[in-house]
Design a protein around this ligand. Structure first.
Ligand code: DNO
Length: 386
């Protein structure tokens, strides 16, 4: 019998409006979660991990993947006090491994995690999608953040459009845009404009090469603990896969990923392959990237995007965007047959649709849109396997 992927689902913990029971009904068996109540950089206590695991297992599910153990800014910037944060990170990894949890997602994006400019772009069928628009980002950058030299980072056409658009914004529009751009992970603290401004100066010094060095240094520091505890680290791509707001980004395309996996050439050092994040890059050929790094993929996010000629994109239905999902799946299905344990994937994001339109949901993480995505991907996998 051919091996199938492990079907997982991101759950934000006991406060997530989507319950573990809902997730079971969607057909997933694995949970992807994190201890969002633990401050970035602090050790994840054994007791808290055990408690979360108990809740998940009581529902008949398995805690398969951690997303994420956040990497503290002190490590990303290799600040003087970074050593303490490395020790904490290692202890969190040991504690997770002691509970039987071995796949850890993380990212190395400076300051901001994923970035969008609108969370409720209405689709022709009335569903709502997440959206990224360069003109809005430039408007934020130039007139809200007021970053020095920002104009030079955008094509003239975008600067002109941003000026025109910003002049029509009300106070409320500006506040909305600010909130959306600075928004972080639900139930974690959003970043403030002041923090962001401060970080811009720090990262300007570090640049692309410095940030890549810091990542490889971090991986080198945790290598022994990962190998001893059979931990698999999975770096999430930059989302979107471009330097934004003048911040360097080092996990945006095939070349970046090859530098990362070859930089610390050990099997623990792997990738969370996100088709949506990589697919947002106008020069990224997602199946080609999958082919190049499939051997190091420890976890996958399946999601789709549709881009326009300026690189603006919205999140499309899972099988209906620019990414050829069948081509990507074929590569991972084949890879999965070579593995001892099935590759876990989750349907990443989904449209807010049907009943969820009347509910308060976490942007991208409402139940029904993801249920649709999971069902479509599961069907596609089965079809390709037969
Ligand atoms: C967005 C997610 C990201 C991702 C983290 C991984 O929905 O894909 O938030 O979980 O960047 O560290």
């Amino acid at each position: 019998m051919k091996k199938r992927f492990e079907q997982t689902w991101r759950w934000y913990g006991p406060n997530d409006p989507v319950s573990l029971q809902d997730i079971k009904q969607a057909g997933a068996t694995g949970i992807v979660t994190a201890l969002h109540h633990i401050g970035h950089g602090d050790v994840w206590p054994l007791g808290d991990i055990q408690e979360r695991k108990r809740i998940i297992e009581e529902s008949g599910l398995t805690w398969s993947v951690v997303e994420s153990v956040p990497v503290h800014e002190a490590i990303k910037t290799r600040r003087e006090d970074a050593g303490q944060y490395i020790e904490n990170y290692k202890q969190s990894l040991r504690n997770l491994a002691a509970c039987g949890i071995h796949v850890i997602t993380y990212n190395f994006m400076p300051v901001l995690d994923w970035t969008r400019t609108k969370l409720d772009l209405e689709m022709p069928n009335g569903a709502k999608a997440l959206y990224f628009n360069w003109t809005d980002l430039a408007a934020f950058d130039l007139f809200v953040l007021k970053r020095e030299g920002a104009e030079a980072d955008y094509p003239e056409k975008i600067v002109t459009a941003a000026k025109a658009k910003f002049s029509t914004y009300s106070e409320a529009d500006i506040e909305d845009l600010k909130q959306v751009v600075l928004m972080g992970i639900p139930s974690e603290k959003d970043i403030s404009l002041d923090d962001l401004q401060h970080s811009l100066t720090v990262y300007k010094e570090i640049g692309f090469d410095g940030l890549l060095d810091n990542l490889l240094w971090f991986l080198g520091e945790i290598a022994e603990v990962c190998e001893e505890n059979n931990i698999k680290m999975a770096i999430h791509p930059d989302d979107p896969p471009y330097p934004i707001l003048g911040l360097p980004r080092i996990a945006s395309n095939k070349e970046d990923y090859l530098k990362i996996i070859n930089g610390v050439d050990k099997s623990f050092n792997g990738v969370c392959f996100c088709t949506g994040s990589l697919g947002a890059g106008v020069h990224n050929n997602v199946p080609e990237i999958a082919e190049a790094i499939k051997h190091r993929v420890h976890f996958a996010h399946f999601r789709n995007v549709k881009k326009d000629e300026d690189g603006n994109f919205f999140e499309a239905d899972h099988l209906d965007g620019d990414v050829d999902m069948a081509a990507v799946l074929k590569i991972f299905i084949e890879e999965n047959q070579r593995r001892d344990t099935a590759i876990p994937f989750r349907p990443d994001h989904g449209h807010q649709m049907l009943d969820d339109l009347h509910k308060i949901t976490n942007p991208g993480y409402s139940a029904i849109g993801r249920l649709r995505g999971l069902a479509e991907i599961r069907g596609l996998e089965l079809g390709l396997l037969s």
